[in-house]
Design a protein around this ligand. Sequence first.
Ligand code: DX5
Ligand code: ZN
Length: 211
Amino acid sequence: MIKIYPSLLAADFYDLKKEIKDIEAADGMHIDVMDGHFVNNITIGVPVIKSIRKHTTKFLDVHLMIENPLEYIKVFSFAGADSITFHLEVADDPLFVIEAIKCMRNKVGVSIKPETDVPDLSVLKAVDSVLVMSVEPGFGGQEYIETTDEKIKKLAMIKKENNLNFEIAVDGGINLTNAKRVIECGADVLIAGSAIFNEKNRKKAINKMRG
Ligand code: DX5
Ligand code: ZN
């Protein structure tokens, strides 16, 4: 069953309570943390996640687009993250980062930018999810990069051949036109910001996206 995580980056932060209520039909929510170094933007941090956690039992999927993930695992875990995803590009020793996240009893995800090839088998065996970026990380509202399809298919094949359990999540430019195709390529989780929050009826958009 496909999971849909709306990306809060596209929500109205002045009315976050209502925005989160509005996405009840989703399986969780995706929270983009950016540090102004790994990407050219600064977004949500620990206090916001803490506040959200107090008021929802929904799955909080925290996407760290930051340079030193190891330094921040504890604080994001204590803030209430369910899953913590870091970028492969900033980890000299990804298995060490994975273990550090597991130690906090969090689900662990590894993310790859559009130019980055799929992670090694050792990493794929250790993670709960692989977050495939289908846009350059940093901003919402960009267009899906078509070559991502091949990367999703490649990951799905490796997963099948090795009998692995990680989820394939796809993040960036997902909309009602391409969602079906991305699912057919092998995605288990769709992350969508603008395609959900720009709609008046978020419930309808979420359910349509499931196909
Ligand atoms: C991009 C973020 C995405 C983004 C998706 O750096 O990681 O999660 O919010 O937004 P849309 O769906 O608008 O492309
Ligand atoms: Zn994201």
